[in-house]
Design a protein around this ligand. Structure first.
Ligand SMILES: [Zn+2]
Length: 584
């Protein structure tokens, strides 16, 4: 890589002391404070030189890995004619998030949020034969999405930088090969960025789970909850996680032996006691001894879902089980109609005319507590078979801490993540809609089989910060840092300090590194603060006092560890420390 020295005194790095009130997420706050971005309008940002440097680092890694995997870069038009989007049906389907506009001839256009239509149109015109396949094309481009409420800075903007790629193959077997290549390329991209990430299988409905993966940067502020198994590598979004409750295993064992010892069903007056917590407090019991009843509307029909008191329902699982199109919690009016009681007293006893589905974990429960379908009343001593009979016991619960992996029974890890990449086997959805075909080796016309592969580039920049910062500012991984080294002159007016610092910066440049030379005539405190804020991995501090002892200080941003070496040995030490940081 070509080295570079930037003089801070001439650079546009407008750092802020105060945190801007508009920012909610730490990455947003820090990018504003570090002078990396500035807001132009809601959800629209300008990238300043420091931010743009980081974006370019990301783009470079992405390009290298995409090219290495055999993909070719192109650049598609951002402004798209409506006719093309009508061909795919998405002009109507996409909704208000599609940024639409009209030109002077009243022709309708949109600013592309994604480019399946445009690329499929291009390929249907240019590709004729199986000999031209497979073809894998990508671009890095500004995309538009008219978010109703843009927030979180670059995490959810209305204008953002995306890498979107599309592959065209002759058949399923071939697209699966391409998909694997992309999967590996994506892993390498995020590994090279120095990010901690998880790859989860995404739900693709009809397409099949193993051909859609989401790449998540792990960060506590992430919107997505991820469950992963450290032993076998299983990972999924919380809503899609299948897991075992340690209790369900022990209950299954208990079930074999327990048949008697059933208490009588007893109605207890529970005035105004509604929530699981209130019922447990009132009856001096634990949530594990209670079965709660949720009324769910499945395609307009009420269904009673029964779960242990301390468990939450996973509506995805219920939806899949019922094969329902539309699922929602019932309104209070419906609950009253179904249970003949106000909200808070629903239960499975004596319910007729509605479907009852109970979570697997409740199967082994005995003598439990449940609502009595009567105002201010609960039952104690409820037992399956005698008092209530669900049509089915099934896995309905949301996975929770302590759950075990379905595949290998190891304890699962729960974390949060930010989705930065998504790879997807599209099949022939767009090629059929737009008539993108090729002639196979029998001269038979066939639809191209597609895959699509996205990376939110600007979002990845924000996610990297969400993953790595402290109270002083950003801590960049070396691969993404705007500069690898900052050379800080404590006394910029001192000739010797200046000579040594400039010489240091130039030797870093000669070694192929990017250095920011802080030559500003500012108080040292301000310069140290800015250096920490913008998060450059290594700082070389050159000051009069140290030079009297014949040394400069080298400090690592991440660990705060510092050492003093002679100016002659500084370069060698910097290279060694950078190597260590990159190997982490
Ligand atoms: Zn496992």
């Amino acid at each position: 890589m070509a080295g570079e020295v930037i003089y801070y005194s001439k650079a546009l790095i407008p750092t802020l002391r105060e945190t801007p009130a508009e920012a909610e997420l730490i990455s947003h706050k820090l990018m504003l404070r570090a002078g990396m971005i500035r807001k132009l309008a809601a959800g629209i940002y300008n990238y300043l030189p420091l931010g743009y440097r980081v974006l370019n680092k990301l783009c470079r890694i992405i390009r290298e890995e995409m090219n290495r995997a055999g993909a070719q870069e192109l650049l598609l038009a951002a402004l798209n004619p409506a006719e093309l989007w009508r061909e795919s049906g998405r002009w109507e389907l996409y909704g208000p998030e599609l940024m639409r506009l009209e030109d002077r001839h009243n022709r309708q256009l949109c600013l592309g949020p994604t480019h399946e239509e445009v690329i499929t149109d291009l390929v249907r015109r240019e590709v004729r034969s199986y000999r031209q396949l497979p073809l894998n094309l990508y671009q890095i481009q500004t995309k538009f999405r008219d978010e109703i409420r843009p927030r979180f800075g670059l995490i959810r903007g209305r204008e953002f930088l995306m890498k979107d790629g599309y592959s065209f193959d002759r058949d399923d077997a071939s697209v699966e090969e391409t998909y694997k290549l992309m999967y590996q390329a994506y892993r390498r991209i995020f590994e090279r960025c120095g990010l901690r990430f998880s790859v989860v299988e995404a739900d693709t409905g009809a397409i099949g789970g193993s051909f859609s993966h989401e790449f998540m940067v792990l960060a506590n502020s992430g919107e997505e909850q991820i469950v992963s198994c450290p032993s076998c590598g299983y990972a999924a979004n919380l809503e899609r996680t299948e897991s075992l409750s340690p209790d369900s295993i022990s209950y299954q064992q208990v079930e074999e032996g327990v048949s008697d010892n059933l208490l009588n069903l007893e109605k207890v007056s529970t005035p105004n006691v509604k929530t699981v917590e209130e019922v447990c407090g009132f009856m001096d019991s634990q949530p594990q001894e209670l079965v709660k009843t949720l009324i769910i509307m499945a395609d307009g029909e009420p269904v009673l879902a029964l779960l242990r008191g301390d468990h939450e329902i996973n509506l995805n699982k219920l939806q899949k089980l019922l094969g329902a199109k539309d699922l929602e919690l019932a309104s209070p009016e419906t609950i009253e109609r179904v249970t003949q009681a106000p909200v808070g007293f629903a239960g499975p006893v004596s319910v007729t005319g509605y479907r009852l589905i109970a979570d697997l974990v409740t199967k082994g429960m005995r003598n439990f507590i449940a609502g009595a379908n009567e105002n201010d009343a609960h039952y104690r001593g409820v037992n399956w078979g005698r008092d209530a009979e669900p049509e089915q016991f099934a896995d309905l619960r949301l996975s929770k801490t302590g759950d075990l992996c379905c595949r290998c029974r190891s304890a699962l890890t729960f974390s949060r993540g930010i989705e930065v990449g998504h790879i997807f086997k599209l099949g022939t959805k767009y090629s059929e809609a737009l008539g993108a075909t090729y002639l196979d080796d029998q001269s038979k016309k066939r639809a191209l089989v597609m895959g699509c592969y996205g990376i939110g580039v600007s979002r990845t920049m924000a996610a990297a910060i969400e993953q790595s910062y402290d109270r002083y500012g950003i801590i960049w991984p070396v691969a993404l840092a705007p500069f690898q080294v900052i050379v800080l002159m404590v006394d910029p007016l001192d000739e010797q300090v200046r000579d040594i610092a400039v010489h240091m910066a130039n030797s870093l440049k000669a070694a192929g590194l990017e250095a920011l030379l802080d030559d500003r005539d500012e108080r040292p405190g301000i310069k140290f603060k800015d250096s920490d804020l913008i998060g450059v991995p290594l700082r070389v501090t050159v000051g009069v006092r140290d030079l009297k002892s014949g040394v400069v200080e080298i400090k690592a941003r991440k660990t705060g560890q510092s050492c003093k070496v002679s100016p002659e040995h500084a370069l060698e030490k910097v290279l060694e420390l950078l190597k260590g940081l990159q190997a982490e």
